[in-house]
Ligand binder design. Structure first.
Ligand code: ZN
Length: 143
């Protein structure tokens, strides 16, 4: 492991993806319905450890994460978008962090919490699907 020199300048804990965070904007992934962009996921990446951070942007709605800063993601999670066939418009998609397997709680537009099954970083459900954000950098995804 070795020793790391003590830092005089403290990085806020939330940005601490590694010892020397250099987080820069990478690219957007646009979310389209009928070829119209209804929102996007902004992707940021740390040039030091290459960890990616994502932020959900719904057109016409102010970002709610501007104070919070970069959201945390664990090493065993990947950024993904869940697409619901039961919802319409901006409620049709949601940025989430998926583990490789297991269950995830998903809040529907009418504020019900449902359990969705994850298999190999993918939602497998009759009414929901998902895709990994980092597989679609610089592109638009039709949902
Ligand atoms: Zn980093």
């Amino acid at each position: 492991m070795g020793e790391t020199p003590s830092e005089t300048q403290k990085t806020p804990e939330i940005y601490k993806c590694c010892d020397n965070p250099q987080i820069t904007y990478l690219a957007p992934v646009n979310i389209n319905i009928d070829e119209r962009t209804i929102g996007s996921v902004d992707v940021w990446r740390c040039a030091a450890c290459m960890k990616a951070f994502c932020e959900e942007k719904t057109l016409g709605i102010d970002s709610i994460t501007d104070i919070v800063g970069m959201p945390r993601i664990e090493d065993d999670e990947k950024w993904a978008v869940i697409v619901s066939k039961l919802q319409k418009g901006k409620d049709k998609w949601k940025l989430v962090k998926l583990k490789q397997n297991g269950m995830i709680k998903f809040e529907t537009a009418d504020e019900k919490l449902i359990d969705l099954r994850i298999e190999d970083y993918k939602i497998t459900d009759d009414f929901h699907s998902s895709f990994l954000v980092l597989d679609h950098i610089h592109t638009a995804v039709e949902i």
